[in-house]
Ligand binder design. Structure first.
Ligand code: GH3
Ligand code: MG
Ligand code: MG
Length: 507
């Protein structure tokens, strides 16, 4: 009987080794590598047991028992990790738990290494002869129970994962989870047989039954294409996409998401595993998404005080298995948006003063002017020209002249309201459109600015420059009912200011 068992273990080892190599060669994904590694540890376990059975001295037996322990300690957490990594569920679990799961085998291993110094694992080691072979007879110590309990918990967790996958899987793919569930049930039988010492001859039933699990796993890998290179590739693309992707079921509850989506939702202070589409829509500024139409939406919000812009699309996803849901993709367009904003500003702003350029001033004023006429509200316009600017250039240089233009620009910007349109029309000429402003109010504002500039000394690298401004003021009337006419009128007034001796205001 023992010879038959050894033959079985030998053939099983060959099978498990092939499975390990096959899965390793099959792909680079974490899932395939994990299956391969798990098979490798099962192989060590089974092969170690084969050599243990074949040994003729207690030293040899204990040596192979030690080798076997690599497999015993590490295959269960790997099995669990394989189950978790299928469908990338690992991230749903806190790293702490995964660390604990993998810490236990290290403890077990340390206990096995220090075997001669304690009897935690085996309280007594002896031999017994069966069929002319030596079988090790181990009286189990207290840690053996702890290890068995750990194994039990890990396997139960694995079972639970496959059960959950089975529940949520579409009908056509349910079968594979049944098979995987059965494969992960088999080691229990071994465990129970060891604890109850079935047949009373001290065989390691787990080592005997694990090849059965591996066999089931091997068959399902081939039958169900468990390594699913194609869908795993898709999954990787989903997972590693720079776009946040969230999959909702028909009840608009989240069923899956990728890392980027988690980062985004985390940044909003929400827990992605707990929310539905309605929770997202409660976020300030989040568009109301109509899942029945495939529209594009825009979302702008602040993440860590930085403004971010997103393009959101919602697609209906329908599988052939009566499962339907929605895929929400969130594409970060912040950089594009900033670039566009910069382009807009370049097209609208004057490079030197940072004020509106002539073109943009005309567009804005046109709109405001028409609005004022419609609403029968007053509006006025100032034309400004710096006095004797040529001589400033001549005395201080063109660079200093530029600086003066900049400084006058910022003074204008601070002296007028946000609702006024301030612009540099060209050279050292400026204009201000004042909505909701009567002629006398406009005169007051112009005077305020004229005085502010008069009292100000502009500091350049090597000089203090004093500059004044002449201003022409015009207001809309029943005759001046077009922006062009308003501009002409203000220009005329400016000309009068110059003629009357500069540094003054004329209406
Ligand atoms: P007035 O009081 O009659 O306005 O005398 P003015 O010297 O200011 O005469 P005018 O407005 O005709 O001349 C404007 C001068 O401004 C001409 C040009 O050399 C100078 N200028 C125009 N654009 C710029 C600029 O971008 N930078 C500098 N530094 N100078 C400029
Ligand atoms: Mg001029
Ligand atoms: Mg001038």
């Amino acid at each position: 009987m023992i010879h038959l068992l050894m033959l079985y273990l030998f053939i099983s080892s060959l099978g498990i080794a092939s499975l390990s190599v096959f899965t390793f060669s099959k792909g680079r994904t974490r899932h395939t590598r994990l299956i391969s590694l798990m098979c490798f540890f099962i192989l060590i376990y089974v092969l170690g047991y084969l050599f243990e059975l074949n040994s003729e001295s207690i030293e040899r037996i204990m040596f192979w028992n030690f080798i076997q322990f690599f497999g015993i300690a590490f295959y269960p957490p790997l099995w669990l990790y394989v189950a978790l990594s299928y469908g990338n569920k690992t991230r749903y679990f806190q790293k702490r738990w995964i660390a604990i799961i993998f810490a236990m085998p290290l403890i077990s291993f340390a206990i096995r290494v220090t075997l001669p110094y304690h009897d935690l694992l085996y309280s007594q080691v002896g031999l017994r002869a069966i069929d002319g072979l030596f079988i090790i007879r181990l009286e189990r110590g207290s840690y053996f129970l702890v290890h068995s309990l750990y194994l039990f918990v890990v396997l139960l967790w694995t079972n639970y994962i496959y059960y959950k996958e089975y529940k949520s899987a579409p009908a056509a793919t349910k079968e594979k989870f049944v098979v995987l569930f059965i494969a992960s049930i088999v080691p229990y039988i071994g465990l129970v047989m060891i604890i109850t010492d079935f047949l009373k001859i001290g065989l390691d039933y787990a080592a005997i039954l694990l090849p059965v699990s591996a066999f089931i796993l091997g068959v399902s890998i081939i039958k169900f294409d468990l390594l699913e290179v194609k869908s795993l590739a898709r999954e990787q693309i989903f997972e590693n996409s720079m776009d946040g992707m969230i999959l909702f079921n028909h009840k608009l509850k989240i069923v899956d998401y990728n890392l980027r989506a988690k980062e985004l939702v985390d940044a909003l202070g929400l827990d992605i595993s707990m929310i539905g589409l309605s929770d997202l829509q409660n976020i300030n500024g989040f568009p109301q998404i109509d899942v029945s139409s495939q529209l594009d939406y825009k979302l702008s919000l602040k993440i860590e005080d930085e403004p971010r812009h997103f393009d959101i699309t919602c697609q209906r996803v329908q599988s052939s298995h009566h499962w339907s849901g929605y895929l929400l993709s969130v594409h970060d367009i912040t950089e594009r948006e900033i670039l566009q904003q910069q382009l807009r500003e370049l097209a609208q702003k004057d490079g030197l003063s940072g004020l509106n350029n002539r073109r943009h001033f005309m567009q804005m004023s046109e709109i405001l002017f028409k609005q004022s006429i419609l609403e029968e509200q007053p509006c006025s316009l100032l034309m400004l020209d710096l006095d004797d600017f040529k001589s400033i250039n001549d005395s201080f240089g063109h660079g200093a002249g530029d600086l003066v233009i900049q400084e006058v620009g910022s003074l204008l910007y601070t002296c007028f309201r946000k609702t006024d349109v301030v612009s540099r029309m060209g050279g050292e000429e400026f204009a201000v459109f004042l909505p909701h402003t009567t002629l006398s109010e406009a005169m007051q504002k112009a005077e305020f600015f004229r005085k502010a500039l008069e009292e100000c000394m502009i500091k350049t690298k090597d000089a203090l420059i004093h500059v004044t401004v002449s201003i022409g003021v015009a207001t809309a009337t029943s005759e001046i009912n077009e922006l062009e006419l308003l501009l002409q009128k203000a220009d005329k007034s400016l000309y009068l200011s110059k003629n009357k001796g500069k540094n003054r205001i004329t209406a």
